[in-house]
Design a protein around this ligand. Sequence first.
Ligand code: IPM
Ligand code: MG
Length: 353
Amino acid sequence: MEALITLLPGDGIGPEVVASGRAVLDRIAERHGHQFSYREALAGGAAIDETGSPLPDETIDACLEADAVLLGAVGGPKWSDPNAPVRPEQGLLKLREVLGVYANLRPVRVLPELAGASPLKAERLRGVDLVVVRELTGGIYFGEKTRTATSASDLCTYTVAEIERIVRVAARLAASRRGRLCSVDKANVLETSRLWRDTTNRVMASEFPEVRLETLLVDAAAMHLLSRPADFDVIVTENMFGDILTDEASMLAGSLGLLPSASLGDSKRGLYEPIHGSAPDIAGKGLANPAATIASTAMLLRHSLELDVEASAVEVALAGVLRAGARTADLAAAGEEALSTGAFTAAVIDALS
Ligand code: IPM
Ligand code: MG
C-alpha cells in the first residue's frame, strides 16, 4: 500500500527517536512491499524558534493531509517558563484538537525479563497487560482559563456526547481483549464525574452487556494500579486523570522509554507518540531509548494503515530484542553494557528479517 506519514521530530530526544521509528517503518515497507513517503514538519520549541508558533499552519496542513502522524516530543528548558505567551505544549494540545483525536490509547505491558527495571516487586508485575484509554480533547485541559493578580481558574466541562464516544472506544477495546473495563472518575466530588459515571453506566448496560464494568474513584485507582496492576484490562478516564495515571502506570513497565501511545478520532488518521517527554538532559547523545517510538510505529501500522501483520512483526521484533538482553542506558543494570539509540534500533531492524 501507499501511505503518507508526517513526521514531527520536535525537541530534545524527539529527532533521535523519530529517526528510529522511521528506520523501522522503512524496513517494514521494504519487507512487505509498501510505499511509505514522509513529510517532516516543525512542532514545539523547534517551531517556536523558527516561526514564533508551536504549531505553524504548514504543520497543521501536513498533518491533515497525512494518513498518520508520528511525533517525537516537545518542550525543553529553553521554552519552559510557564508564563511565556507561547509554549511548546500549546502546539501539542492544538494538534490533538485539530486532528480530532479524542481517544488516547496507552498500553502497558510488562515483559518478565524487564520486571527488574520497575521499582515494584516482580511478583506484583506478573501478567500486567492493560490499556489506559484517556479522553484527550476535553475536560480541564480545554476549558476556559482566567487569571487575575489574585486568582485563577480552569473550567472543566464534559458533554454527554464526548463521554459516550470515548466510553464506546474503550468498551470495544475491552470486548476484543479480556472483557473488562474500569472507569475512573471523582464522582464523590465533581459534577463532571457524576455525568461521566451516569453516562458510562448507561452506555455499558445498553450497548456492552458482555463487558464487565468496574468503577473506581481516581485516588483509589492510583493505589490499585500499584497494589493489583495485573487485574486491569482496559481503563477509561477523563483527560487529566488519564495524564496522571499513565505516568504512574509507566513505572510498572520500568521506564517511560518503553511506552507508546496512539491518539485516534473518527477517521483512520491518528497521532502516534511515545509517552515520554523530550529529555533535554540526554538529547543528542545517542542515549535515548527508542523502544516507545518503535512501539508507537506498530500502533500506527495497526490503527491508521490497518496493517496488522506488519504491526505484530514490529512488536515481536521489539520484544525479542529486549528479551535477548538489549538494553539502552535507561534500562541497563549497573555494570551492564548499554546500547546507543542507533544500535538498539539496528538490532530491532535486524530482527525484522
Ligand atoms: C502527555 C503530556 C502532555 C499532556 C503535556 C506535554 C501537555 O504530559 O501527553 O501526557 O499533559 O497531555
Ligand atoms: Mg503526561
